[in-house]
Design a binder for this molecule. Sequence first.
Ligand code: AMP
Length: 125
Amino acid sequence: MPIDATQPYDEHNIFAKIIRGEIPNHTVYEDEWALAFHDINPQAPVHVLVIPKGAYVSWDDFSVRASEAEIAGFVRAVGKVARNLDLVVPGYRLLANVGQHGHQEVPHLHVHLFGGRPLGPMLAR
Ligand code: AMP
């Protein structure tokens, strides 16, 4: 079920548990600001989720409340993950779902990074 992006942060969401090390993940990158790991249900040959370490529900929440250092750290981490995975050429796609219409299911900000094949048009037509 998609979430309401204005809900308060839920410390028990699955990505909060991953950050705390309470449930396993296949990490591809980690630094002070971000964690990147393989999506459990990949939609492309490469499907990685990049999440900030801080407690933010969505891109909307992050853009309002995160510090400049958190925002810079997170954005730079997304770029590093793509470069580390050798995706800059031939290219990749970033996607952040927000709230009901965005079909966001996990209430901790995550950016999907897709690659490994031509990804087609941006949205289903
Ligand atoms: P969204 O619809 O943008 O909220 O996407 C949530 C994503 O999280 C989906 O692509 C799920 O496959 C993925 N996901 C859910 N639980 C896990 C998990 N434990 N480890 C990795 N990915 C997960």
